[in-house]
Design a protein around this ligand. Structure first.
Ligand code: GTP
Length: 597
């Protein structure tokens, strides 16, 4: 296909505004998929993606479209991940296309997530086509939605296309706008090969399938290629396009988007954003903006049943093969036994991996409280990254601690603004901006990431009855008065409950934890102090009083079978007990104590 007849685009939308439905409709109206093969949400391949309605991996589809002017066009749609955790992946997908459909639900208006992705599109120099979706619904308000696009995003919305992805209205107009308003890709067929590795995934039959966008040159089957960032070389086994099923082609030329397989063993061997070139005739400069992905949120994953440790190791290793942004190392906790300290791109990423382990591998897990990566500056001038609060070095060697901060953008109806400001303030936020768009406020806060990973999003949803939308980006590290809080049960520290907290909030958090544990730990024959402490200084304390009577006493010695049953039950319960000095704590107590509420 000549460059002039190729259009590459993505769809930018807030969750539930209809991105997948619109993609389905574009595919269907161009007969890309036979009617009998049409299933909903064609592009969301993984079960978890489909179930949770989120896109984790970039997917692509090639659509052949005969425009109203009679010309044949090839339209390549890249469906990008829609969540902040995958912001880098989104940015690469955006660089692989020239334009975006900006889908706004006309019954809802612009939301925070739309904003974040729109900025990515604008940064990638995209031409944008505003699409006002769900016009079939009575609550649809086209003028208001268009006005918000102009006010909040600042682009012209006069040519916005009213669409119902449900009924198909406006779909032809959308296809025509893609052909006429989006620029054709540029590229030089005779230049050395330069292609972007947009994403990769594991296919049980084909091995690693790499999604590529050709910038310059031509790629063919049998080519010897080189990944510039990793330095690895491969021979191309298979080359093709997604329609959306994989279809082999002879070659991919400039402006085209497709896939290759090259006997790559693990997704881990590929890096999103890497530049692919020919081993023999290499391009001079790699594509700009490459960044290896680094985990920002860590937590411990432990099997509830310690005999499942080996199965957990197996599951984690398998998942890691296909997810370059997920890291893990073994961890041994006195409270929870053997497990893994795992790093993720964000909370959603964490949840997805945890779900998959529990579901696909059938292992019940204990997840410790998520923690961000702290920078610990030592008095000797060195810096250590802290991934696990339990590893915090002795305070006498520490000069200061820095934590990651974020820029959070929240869109909220006026009536809930006060609650949102209070929530941000409570979480050590610094207000940076407050503007209005109609009856909604847009608040921008500088917040510590650690206050957000805990339960911020849930709190935000609850104080705004679900009406707020939220998005964030990490802005950098800043020092603050951060300390490690330990929990001691009968004077023994419980490693799994250690956490980093701001000094001013330590008493409150410590008190809450002690109160919770007091209810969770069973009574013993002696008094048990439960304390929260910072570097040896106790900041909160509860006492669990001693048990008075023998548990079997209430059986009056009469009913032997009942007495035996009770003892058996105790024995079974003991299996899930952990010993701390003289105290036995049921595993369940840790699970409950670590639950966020
Ligand atoms: P994510 O995959 O979570 O990003 O969501 P999405 O933006 O892909 O939204 P999706 O296409 O899953 O649509 C969300 C909901 O809106 C679904 O229940 C759709 O059936 C519905 N929906 C999408 N487009 C329309 C439309 O034009 N009219 C109506 N009435 N409903 C629509």
């Amino acid at each position: 296909t000549p460059l002039s007849h190729i259009r590459n685009f993505s769809i930018v939308a807030h969750i539930d505004h209809g991105k997948s439905t619109l993609a389905d409709r574009l595919i269907q109206m161009t007969d890309t998929v036979a009617e009998r093969d049409m299933k909903e949400q064609l592009l969301d391949a993984m079960d978890i993606e489909r179930e949770r309605g989120i896109t984790i991996k970039a997917n692509t589809v090639r659509i052949d479209y005969t425009a109203q002017n009679g010309e044949q066009y090839v339209l390549n749609l890249i469906d990008t991940p829609g969540h902040v955790d995958f912001a880098y992946e989104v940015s690469r997908s955006m660089r692989a296309v020239e334009g975006s459909l900006l889908v706004v639900d006309s019954t809802q208006g612009v939301e925070a997530q739309t904003l974040a992705n729109v900025y990515q599109a604008i940064e990638a120099n995209h031409e944008l086509i505003p699409v006002l979706n769900k016009i079939d619904l009575p609550a649809s308000d086209l003028d208001r939605a268009a006005e918000q696009i102009e006010d909040v995003i600042g682009i012209d919305a006069s040519g916005a296309i009213p669409v119902s992805a449900k009924t198909g209205e406006g779909i032809v107009e959308t296809l025509e706008a893609i052909v006429h308003h989006l620029p054709a890709p540029k590229g030089d067929r005779d230049a050395p090969l330069k292609a972007m590795l947009v994403d990769s995934k594991y296919d049980p039959y084909l091995g690693v399938v790499v999604l590529v966008r050709i910038m310059d040159g031509v790629m063919k089957k049998g080519d010897k290629i080189r990944m510039i960032q990793t330095g690895a070389t491969y021979g191309v086994d298979r080359i093709g396009v997604f329609r959306p099923e994989m279809t082999v082609v002879d070659e991919l030329g400039p402006g085209e988007i497709g896939f290759i397989t090259a006997s790559i063993k693990q997704v881990r061997d590929t890096r999103v954003g890497d530049t692919i070139t020919h081993e023999k005739k290499q391009c001079e400069t790699p594509l700009p903006g490459f960044a290896p992905s680094v985990p920002v949120v860590f937590c411990g994953l432990f099997p509830v049943d310690s005999s499942e440790f080996e199965s957990l190791r197996d599951a984690i290793e398998k998942l890691a093969l296909n997810d370059a942004s997920f890291s893990y190392e073994m961890e041994n906790s006195a409270a929870l036994g053997f497990g893994f300290r795992c790093g993720f791109l964000g909370l959603l990423h964490l949840e997805v991996i945890r779900d998959r382990i529990e579901r696909e591998y059938d292992i019940e897990l204990i997840t410790t409280a998520p923690s961000v990566v702290y920078h610990i500056y030592m008095k000797d001038g060195t810096m250590e990254e802290l991934h696990n609060p339990a590893d915090m070095p002795d305070l006498t060697y520490v000069d200061h601690v820095e934590e990651p901060r974020i820029k959070a953008t929240i869109l909220v109806p006026d009536e809930f603004l006060g609650d949102v400001l209070k929530l941000c303030q409570d979480r050590r936020g610094i207000q940076m901006d407050l503007t209005y768009a109609g009856a909604r406020a847009m608040v921008v806060y500088d917040l510590p990431l650690n206050e957000v990973v805990f339960d911020f999003y849930d709190r935000l949803k609850s104080v705004t009855k679900g009406y707020a939308s939220f998005d964030y980006e990490i802005t950098g590290y800043r020092p603050d008065n951060l300390v490690k809080m330990q929990v001691l049960v009968n004077d023994e520290p419980v490693d799994a409950l250690s956490m980093m907290v701001h000094r001013d909030r330590a008493e409150m958090r410590g008190r809450a934890m002690c109160e919770k544990l007091k209810d969770l730990i069973p009574r013993h024959m002696f008094k048990i102090p439960i304390q929260a402490a910072i570097g040896g200084k106790v900041i909160a304390r509860e006492t669990l009083s001693a048990m008075r009577k023998d548990v079997t006493a209430k059986c009056y010695g009469g009913d032997v079978s009942r007495k035996k049953k009770l003892l058996d039950k105790q024995k079974a319960g003991k299996k899930k007990m952990r010993q701390f000095g003289k105290v036995e704590i049921p595993q369940q107590a840790f699970i409950s104590a670590l639950k966020m509420d």
